[in-house]
Ligand binder design. Sequence first.
Ligand SMILES: [Zn+2]
Length: 322
Amino acid sequence: MRLTLKIILFGSILVSSGWGFFAHQRINRLAVFTLPPEMIGFYKKNIQYIAEASVNPDRRRTAVPEEAPRHYIDIEEYGDSAFTKLPKYWARAVEKYPEDTLQAHGIVPWHIYRMYNQLKDAFLLRDPEKILLYSAELGHYVADANVPLHTTRNYNGQLTDQVGIHAFWESRLPELFFDQYDFYVGKASYVRDVQLLAWQTVERAHSMVDSVLREEKLLAKAHEQTKFNYETKGRQTVKVYSLPFSRLYHQKLNGMVERQMRRSIKMIGDLWYSAWVDAGQPDLKLLINYKPSDEELKRREEELKLWKEKNLKARDHEGIEN
Ligand SMILES: [Zn+2]
């Protein structure tokens, strides 16, 4: 290797980026094919945007300070039985914990529900741009919540001398083995309790953290010499987990990366579909080649706002959680 070549240590880049651009784009794209006939035409027409915009939340992270916490939650920060202790709904959570504490430890499960509601509003407004924007971004956070290392304080193995494992699991492995995965996940189905599903997703992902870290540690001990090698990408030489080591680890995980990708795809389709149903199944075919004028959209927004205010008062009386 030439000495002048620039070596990028993988550990210092791509930390906690979430699935990597490759996987995010594939996941959002594949979710389109779970949709029912009433929806799929509109989404297929815009599939390129749905895929490309899937990574916008990660692109924003450096510029927008409040963006980062939306991608993860450090469950251990809440001690034992965190999943029973943490309020499912944001309004209750900020009553129990200071908001900056919640933000510091990450808010992904609550943010999924927030995005879901924004998508539902976009359907109510029949605003094609907003429908696409929130669909793409909801897809991003749902996929992140399915990544085990997005649910732990030790998100990059930095506490266990395994720095780099984050991008290894969510970028390198899917990029290497994507072609072997089966992505037929069936049709989207209606989700009755979106906020609950978001929490179940985080809880399941978190239950995998131990094996994600343990298996890598065991393999690294046995394969110290062959764990890494260098790959040239353009003008740069990058230190990567070697192909043989990646294969071994992937095998040890026993289909976990594929399973979590499949779950992400199915859940994204389910939530797009549910938001559409909850908004009264607006006719998306009308939106394929038509965009309402700005004045019209403004009028609809005002209407929705008024309707919500009335609705909220009624719900308050019934004591329904929001
Ligand atoms: Zn992310």
